[in-house]
Ligand binder design. Structure first.
Ligand code: 5GP
Length: 335
């Protein structure tokens, strides 16, 4: 147990509004505790196991709670502290969708997140990936991309990448948008094959993002096409695996029946992530434990997974070297 906490870990797939702890959400909601609405929210938040519908309810609660610049700042600060203090994450790539609300533009939203990241003084390096929501129209997505590019010029040391997320049943991968992001120096991480959709998966793989989110239905024994798998094996793109999230959402049958087993079996690149630790009531420590418990790995293998993950981060070589030294030192002092 202590090993999984103690091991310096790297988190590469964490959505800001899905990562908020229940305490933070209750604090931010600032609602009148005597109302029916408060009671309903409190009931959902008090559950430590949630149905899928309840999970999506938590996204809505989170979005309502982070609708001012101050709340976005506090939420970011809280998530960073939580990953460092409760999970011993030493390098975090947080992702979030720039969102405009009354009195807050998309730029204000991103600035608040960046400010919380820059003012962090814990021993955790934090970088930011900005998300495009696949439910949005091409026009809206282009608007978001322009905001992202502008903010990247302003904060090149914090904003490192772009992601495509949101309901996989809606919208589609727009290659031109992501090519433009890439041409402007952003790394790309794309949610891929969360549902079976061979045509889109082929388009994403042909584009060749720097990392893939989930890749649940990519391997042929999980319903993916052989031709897509062949493309994947040529490119060997690192996959961000989020076990609890996939099991709760029902895309993976169980922890044992999770597609991570194919990546482990064939030594393909992957990392272990939480996705939405608040929504799915998980932690990175717990995700590492699940991989040991259900996929027959030893603690030493977990160290290797954390070490390998350094190569998949979107930050500079200098930061990679620093993280590798940290992990080597930890290894030597735990032999
Ligand atoms: P935010 O971007 O608002 O900080 O984080 C919440 C958002 O992340 C959700 O509204 C959704 O768009 C996205 N998200 C969170 N978890 C998942 C997931 O498992 N799959 C996909 N496709 N999107 C997700």
């Amino acid at each position: 147990d202590d090993f999984c906490f103690d091991l310096p870990k790297i988190e590469l797939h964490a959505h800001l509004n899905g990562s908020l702890s229940d305490q933070c959400l209750k604090k931010l909601n600032c609602m009148d505790e005597s109302t029916k609405e408060y009671k309903r929210i409190a009931d959902v938040l008090d559950k430590t196991e949630r149905t899928l519908t309840e999970c999506f309810e938590v996204f809505n609660i989170a979005h309502r709670a982070t609708n001012t610049v101050d709340a976005v700042y506090k939420a970011t600060q809280s998530v960073i502290r939580d990953f460092y203090l409760n999970d011993h994450v030493v390098y975090l790539e947080l992702r979030t969708t720039p969102r405009a609300e009354e009195g807050m533009s998309k730029e204000d939203y991103v600035s608040a997140v960046v400010r919380a990241i820059k003012e962090n003084n814990l021993e955790i390096i934090v970088k930011l990936i900005l998300s495009i929501d696949r439910r949005h129209s091409t026009e809206e997505s282009l608007d978001t991309l322009n905001v992202i590019l502008k903010m990247k010029t302003k904060y090149p040391d914090v904003i490192v990448g772009i992601d495509l997320s949101g309901n996989p049943h809606e919208g589609k991968f727009n290659v031109d948008l992501f090519q433009k992001a890439r041409d402007n120096g952003l790394k790309t991480s794309i949610h891929c094959a969360e549902i079976k959709n061979d045509e889109e998966v082929e388009n994403i793989l042909t584009f060749g993002p720097d990392r893939l989110g989930h890749a649940t239905f990519l391997h042929p024994s999980f319903g993916g096409s052989q031709s897509n798998w062949d493309i994947y094996c040529k490119k060997k793109i690192p996959v961000e695996c989020c076990l609890t999230s996939n099991v709760i959402c029902g895309t993976s049958k169980s922890f044992q029946e999770h597609h991570i087993r194919e990546w482990i079996k064939s030594s393909l690149p992957f990392c272990i992530c939480t996705d939405d630790k608040g929504v799915f009531c998980t932690s990175l420590k717990k995700e590492y434990e699940m991989v040991v418990e259900h996929h027959g790995l030893e603690p030493k293998d977990l160290w290797q997974i954390s070490y390998n993950t350094v190569d998949y981060i979107f930050a500079s070589d200098e930061i990679k070297t620093r993280l590798k030294v940290k992990l080597m030192n930890w290894y030597n002092s735990h032999e």
